[in-house]
Ligand binder design. Structure first.
Ligand code: F6P
Length: 342
């Protein structure tokens, strides 16, 4: 078989580990041939490819990012996009695709499957918000980066008797905030799943100062205060028409300063959470996903996504995996609340 591989959406640590596993097993075990598509769905849409063999995947296991490049191109939003993809795949002699991506990339994969394209999906996102899989690779690395930042912020916050607000990624789901906050001993954790009361947050901050220690507030970029407490100034579109988030951390720090009379600073971790080498957990998960994805392709089991359930890698229908986002359940948040303000 001649198999195309692409990575779409926001990059994340572990993408190269998947590519390497797919290509290594695909060539050495099954004798397949590979074509790398550039920049997500833009590759098959515009017919932009790169060589992808054993030599090209040597040494990439520990490298962050993706050797194939990525984009948020969606062929269903482009006139004639799907027809173009189908004719390019036919011209290039591609029998099947391995699409590595999040909700958007795999949503496209699900729709293309219905139109007769042979696709197997691999879930990725640092946000860990894809349904049908217990974890996505990239999440563990992002949490560890955020945890290390929080560890460092505790000491500087204490030296200056300041509140430190740490804004982490997570537009719709607060998994990074919850896990990094718990691992880093944050005193308040705020998620997109539940609107927060800024007065209550100020109360937790004051309580923490009474312990002689300084408060660390972890806030997900998509978290919002109760209706009426803030104008939604942080949801603007950038030049590419994407929603630009961020800004909640700065707003919150200003509010906390005003309400508690204590100095506050904001740290926005941003894309640092997506860069650099993956943790061992993410390298292993990404590698296992890659090995199982090429098995599915070899068996002709298309329209599926590989997923982690417990300790096993299973296959689920792409349509099921992209149906709804996996957000933080209320009981996981309640569990963490015991540490708030203490
Ligand atoms: O979905 C992954 C993610 O990292 C989100 O957590 C974040 O909101 C978004 O991507 C940022 O995207 P961009 O790289 O386009 O700014």
């Amino acid at each position: 078989m001649r198999i195309g591989v692409l990575t779409g959406g926001g990059d994340c640590p572990g993408l190269n580990a998947v590519i390497r596993a797919v290509v290594r097993k695909g060539i050495s075990t099954y004798g397949h041939e590979f074509v790398g598509f550039r920049d997500g769905w833009r590759g098959p849409l515009e017919g932009v490819t790169r060589e992808l063999g054993i030599a090209q995947v040597r040494g990439i296991l520990p490298r962050g990012g993706t050797i194939l490049g990525s984009s948020r191109t969606n062929p269903f939003k482009i006139d004639g996009g799907v027809e173009k993809i189908k004719s390019n795949l036919a011209d290039l002699g591609i029998d099947a695709l391995v699409a590595i991506g999040g909700e958007d990339t795999l949503g496209v994969a699900a729709k293309l499957t219905d139109l007769g394209v042979n696709v197997v999906g691999v879930p990725k996102t640092i946000d860990n918000d894809l349904g049908a899989t217990d974890y996505t690779f990239g999440f563990d690395t992002a949490v560890n980066i955020a945890m290390e930042a929080i560890d460092r912020l505790h000491t500087t916050a204490e030296s200056h008797h300041r509140t430190l607000v740490v804004e982490v990624m997570g537009r719709h789901a607060g998994w990074i905030a919850l896990h990094a906050g718990l691992a880093g001993g944050a005193n308040v954790i705020l998620l997109p799943e539940r609107q927060f009361d800024v007065e209550q947050v100020a109360g937790y901050v004051e309580k923490r100062f009474q312990t002689q220690y300084s408060p660390i507030v972890v806030v997900a970029e998509g978290a919002q205060p109760l209706d009426g407490q803030m104008v939604l100034h942080n949801q603007e579109l950038d030049a590419f028409g994407h929603v630009r988030l961020g800004g909640i951390g700065q707003w919150l720090a200003e509010q906390l300063e005003e309400k508690t009379g204590k100095e506050a600073r904001t740290v926005v971790l941003g894309h640092i959470q997506r860069g650099g080498t993956p943790t061992a957990f993410d390298r292993v998960l990404a590698t296992r996903f890659g090995l199982h994805a090429i098995d599915a392709v070899h068996e002709g089991d298309f329209g599926k996504m590989v997923a982690l359930q417990g300790v096993d890698i299973v296959r689920v229908p792409l349509a099921e995996a992209t149906r709804e986002l996996k957000t933080v359940p209320v009981e996981r948040y309640t569990e963490a609340e015991v540490f708030f303000g203490s």
